[in-house]
Design a protein around this ligand. Structure first.
Ligand SMILES: NC(=O)c1ccc[n+]([C@@H]2O[C@H](COP(=O)([O-])OP(=O)(O)OC[C@H]3O[C@@H](n4cnc5c(N)ncnc54)[C@H](OP(=O)(O)O)[C@@H]3O)[C@@H](O)[C@H]2O)c1
Length: 290
């Protein structure tokens, strides 16, 4: 993999960015996209536009794929000559998918004689190629180590999650769960802010200021769950039981949506009923396990 030749399949906003980053680092980049015109700007910068997906795969020892979803990815892999062209090559799948998608894709790639890595990009196109750009990667370690230099072109924040190809997709889902849980709480808070007549942009700035401390708190709670020791260390469950009830009651009194606080308060109420009130807040995981 030292010869700096790479193929990029899929030239949406992310795929175009990946191809550009490889070009900027002096790689010979072959590109292919279903809608051929999307290769034009890259060709003007020195990329080689292949006439078919199979031709693109044959051009380099490594093919990076980044398309909309696994249905799109499967459609490309099923195109004439692609499976045969992958024999002896590495397929790096950067299309977002589920753990099962990744397992199936790895098994399929191995059947074609290809090596396989799964990657989950956790950044927007404009954030790619930075020293801290987070990309989760999983798959056989020997394959990952050989591919590390080229993956490093896409971002300095590569996190290798081990030999199971599904790991990157699974961790992507886990971190997305944090993001969507936080987002829902943020949006409920925005509703509170606008109902109270606050400047919602100011609310956003205040939340941004809280985030580094909150991130440290979440990290601590992860350690608590892993250790299995739920003795109070930072935040007693009781505080969250009461806080979520207060948020719910305030929404009811204000006549604003109770959907988010009813869900959160309901979970903490169950934790209380289960006798977890005197434990660290992370003990809520015990409810989620049952
Ligand atoms: N953009 C982001 O912020 C971001 C961040 C993290 C991860 N990702 C992941 O990166 C992947 C690509 O995202 P993107 O933003 O580049 O998407 P996009 O701009 O919507 O591009 C979609 C790509 O998929 C191709 N495609 C869709 N359906 C197809 C089909 N049936 N057959 C062949 N090709 C098909 C499109 O080809 P055509 O041009 O022919 O339509 C295009 O190349 C996704 O899995 C996404 O979750 C994106």
């Amino acid at each position: 993999m030292g010869n700096k030749q790479i193929t990029v399949l899929g030239l949406g906003s992310m795929g175009q960015t990946l191809a550009r980053l490889f070009l900027d680092k002096g790689y010979t980049v072959t590109v292919w996209n279903r809608t051929a015109g999307k290769a034009d700007a890259l060709a003007a910068r020195g990329a080689l536009a292949a006439g078919s997906a199979a031709e693109a795969v044959r051009a380099s020892p490594v093919a990076v794929m980044c398309v909309y979803d696994y249905r799109a990815a499967d459609a490309i892999l099923a195109m004439e000559g692609v499976a045969a062209a992958l024999d002896g090559r590495l397929l790096v799948q950067l299309t977002t998918g589920s753990p099962q998608d990744a397992r199936d894709a790895e098994a399929w790639a191995h059947r074609q004689g290809a090596s396989y890595l799964e990657g989950a990009i956790q950044a927007a196109p404009d954030q790619m190629g930075q020293p801290d750009t987070p990309i989760l990667v999983s798959g056989a370690e020997v394959v990952f180590r050989a591919a590390e230099p080229l993956l490093g072109v896409l971002g300095g924040g590569i996190v290798y999650l081990g030999g199971k190809a599904s790991a990157a997709a699974a961790m992507d889902l886990a971190t997305l769960s944090t993001i969507y849980g936080t987002l829902l709480g943020f949006l409920h808070g925005a509703r509170v802010a606008e109902h109270e007549g606050f400047d919602v942009a100011e609310y956003g700035r205040i939340v941004a200021g809280i985030m580094p401390t909150f991130a440290g708190f979440l990290q601590h709670e992860g350690g608590v769950i892993q250790s299995g020791d739920f003795a109070i260390s930072q935040s007693p469950m009781r505080i969250s039981i009461e806080a979520t009830q207060r948020i719910l009651q305030t929404a009811q009194q204000a006549g604003i949506s109770t959907e988010f606080p009813a869900f959160a308060a309901g979970l903490f109420k169950r934790a209380d009923a289960a006798g977890l009130g005197g434990e660290e807040v992370a003990a809520l995981i015990k409810l989620l396990r049952s």
